[in-house]
Write a protein that binds this ligand. Sequence first.
Ligand SMILES: [Zn+2]
Length: 129
Amino acid sequence: MSHNSTIVSTVALKCPKCHEGNLFVNKNVYQYKRFFDMPNNCPKCNQDFQIETGFYLGAMFVSYGLTIGLNIGIFVAFVIFDAYELVPFLIASGASLIVTVPYITKVSRSIWITLNINYDPKAIENYEA
Ligand SMILES: [Zn+2]
């Protein structure tokens, strides 16, 4: 039986414990219907996804870090190509945020829960038994 690495599973928005169940009801990050809905438990290994009230507030800090990192990357690219000017930078920054924020929002939750729950290769077996 193959399984994804923790990084692949995190980026693919999978359960941190079994790396197979989906963290979100709606996997499409650009479809806003039920955007934030997560199952209460992993459909594959029964890991609790609603660990405690306000658990995903911590994902805000992850999201903040990713957004700042993205903007630093854009800024560095402008500087490397010797093209830095404020208005084009702000336009590039805004456009990249519009495109990436839906994914960043979800992957932040995925990173946050992965930081808090360890991978268990026997999670699904144990749940099915
Ligand atoms: Zn799972």
